[in-house]
Design a protein around this ligand. Structure first.
Ligand SMILES: C[S@@+](CC[C@H](N)C(=O)[O-])C[C@H]1O[C@@H](n2cnc3c(N)ncnc32)[C@H](O)[C@@H]1O
Length: 371
């Protein structure tokens, strides 16, 4: 039996082209790409990559000045926080909840939009496995490039279950999927309500639609749109707060700092065609609130729902292209690590003492969703 995609890059000796995390005694963390002849320079000493290549992960090795470093492969949670990115990524605590709450199962046919930097795609691909299908829709080509390369870096190969489709999800998914043929839909985008008709068409009866949105106004707008359509039921929302704990002898307490807000998850289930949602008696009646209040909270003028109005930082094409270039180089090296000799130019010739190009220069790891 062949191994599932990505398994070989998660175990065994460290290979040239792989990413590793090195941590010093002060807890400073850097993620580097192992290169033949490569070096990691700190203000104190040099750590030679050749001393790590071919060895085990989990080792603690001294650099030229005797300073010790712990060496580990990044977990998926670590990888998404240090990979090149254009758009903001889904934070690991939410990715775990999305897989669970959207009920993503091995073999499932899943639609995802937008793909952004590909962080959530990695979690969804792991959950559907080689026998499932993940169709990811993205309207910005540079973001699709970043995501493609990041996913290849993470799995060390192209994933057989994955297709990226360029364009607006609400239009493209109708060309790709037969009505009622999709098991799950996961949307992480500014205006998910624009996809309502398309999602209602492609999603199978009983299928789960999950939306990940950053603000309460988006949450409310998509929830009301879903309810008003009458095509879905079980509309539920929540957010996840994860508080780390400090563990040091008798000083055992919650961490002082935490990532307080990332986004809200909203799920709904597709009713069979022609069925009407149960009218829940608890729901407030339209007459109990004024149209002007709803309009103030959820403007019907679409031009007011801009990324800036919702607090998102715009990503320039230049920044996205730079991240895509870096991600592609990482992906070439990760693939070379798994199939040595397939890309002889993946590694620079460091025998002349030249400095390694950008993807192999260490960058302190990013800490949060906005980093
Ligand atoms: C926040 S990012 C997604 C991040 C991604 N989930 C990740 O974890 O890396 C939102 C993305 O949705 C894309 N997008 C927004 N509206 C879209 C639409 N209607 N169709 C396709 N993509 C869309 C944007 O270009 C952007 O890349």
């Amino acid at each position: 039996m062949t191994e599932p995609t990505g398994v070989s890059s998660r175990r065994g000796p460290l290979r040239a082209g792989e990413r590793v995390q090195i941590k010093d005694a002060k807890g400073r963390l850097n993620t580097i790409t192992l290169l033949p002849g490569g070096e990691f320079h700190s203000y104190q000493g040099v750590l030679r990559h050749d001393e790590l290549i071919g060895g085990s992960e989990g080792v603690v090795v001294p650099n030229s000045a005797g300073q010790e470093y712990q060496v580990l492969r990044p977990l998926l949670n670590d990888f998404v926080l240090s990979m090149p990115r254009g758009a903001t990524v889904v934070y690991p605590k939410d990715a775990g909840q999305i897989v669970q709450q959207a009920d993503i199962f091995p073999g499932a046919v899943v639609v995802e939009a937008g793909v952004g930097s590909g962080a959530l795609s990695c979690s969804l691909l792991r959950a559907v496995g080689d026998g499932g299908r993940l169709h990811s829709y993205e309207r910005r080509e540079e973001f699709a490039d970043i995501a493609r390369a990041n996913v290849e870096s993470f799995f060390g190969a192209e994933h057989p279950a994955w297709s990226i489709h360029l364009g607006d999800a609400q239009e493209e998914m109708l060309h790709v999927h037969e009505p009622g043929s999709v098991d799950r839909v996961v949307l992480d985008m500014l205006a998910p309500w624009e996809c309502l008709d398309a999602v209602a068409t492609v999603l199978a009866p009983g299928g789960v639609w999950l939306n990940y949105v950053a603000t309460a106004t988006q949450l409310s707008r998509v929830a009301e749109a879903i309810r008003d359509s009458g095509k879905f039921t079980e509309v539920q929302a929540n957010e996840t707060l994860v508080r780390g704990w400090h563990l040091d002898g008798l000083a055992v307490r919650p961490d002082h700092r935490m990532v307080a807000h990332t986004g809200f998850l909203l799920t709904a289930r597709r009713l069979a065609t022609g069925e009407e949602a149960l009218l829940l008696k608890k729901r407030s009646k339209v007459s109990e609130f004024k149209a002007v209040d709803v309009e103030a909270w959820q403007p019907s003028d679409e031009s007011r729902w801009t990324p800036q109005a919702l607090g998102e930082r715009p990503v320039t094409d230049k920044k996205a292209r730079k991240a895509a270039k870096e991600a592609r180089l990482m992906a070439r090296r990760a693939k070379e690590a798994q199939t040595p000799g397939s890309d002889p130019d993946a590694f620079p010739d460091l025998s002349t003492g030249q400095v390694a190009p950008p993807a192999s220069t260490p960058a302190p790891d990013a800490g949060g969703p906005e980093a």
